[in-house]
Design a protein around this ligand. Structure first.
Ligand code: NI
Length: 178
């Protein structure tokens, strides 16, 4: 397995509409494994293929949570190939961040419940109903497949402030200031 470079805004490759996956072969399995490793190494809860420069409709996600019964972490790793939202309703506001827009967060309003159709990594069709963080994460990652970033969904002033903060941090990091 290998760590992949995560592209950051304003890389134009983040703005491409991703292509459907047409072959679930050994190369794709390797890419999925590398994306999972990259997501965990970056402490992300989700990663979409366009974020590592692959224009494919492919998402990995792990919204692990502590089991309230025994206080242990429950892994929730999922791989979505050619995902499509079949149903969406309700409303939820969540403070989101993105590995491609590192260093900043902002509240985004999204649907509170989604039903997702997708292929798992063996190619089998699956359907999943999600609420809460999982629903937020699904919508965030599917946006990446359309070339959309969460900052695009902010109100104009909030967007301006968030992007200004992002640019300032980026410039400081580039100059070696922590
Ligand atoms: Ni993101």
């Amino acid at each position: 397995m290998a760590l992949l470079e995560i592209l950051t805004h304003p890389d134009p490759r983040l703005r491409l509409v991703a292509q459907p996956v047409t072959r679930i072969d050994a190369d794709l399995q390797r890419l999925i494994d590398d994306m999972i490793e990259t997501m965990y190494a970056a402490h992300g809860v989700g990663l979409a293929a366009p974020q590592i420069g692959a224009s494919l409709r492919l998402v990995v996600m792990d919204v692990s949570r502590k089991d309230p019964e025994n206080d242990e972490w429950v892994s929730d790793l999922q791989v979505f190939i050619n995902p499509r939202i079949a149903e969406a309703d309700g409303e939820i506001t969540w403070k989101e961040g993105c590995l491609s827009v590192p260093g900043v967060n902002a509240e985004v309003v999204r649907c509170g419940r989604v039903v997702l159709d997708y292929l798992d990594r063996s190619g089998a069709p699956q359907r999943l109903e999600a609420t809460g963080l999982r629903a937020v994460c699904i919508q965030h990652e599917l946006d990446h497949l359309e070339g959309t970033l969460y900052v695009d969904r902010l109100e104009p002033l909030e967007q301006k402030l968030t992007l200004a903060d992002y640019e300032r941090r980026r410039t400081e990091t580039a100059a070696g200031v922590q």
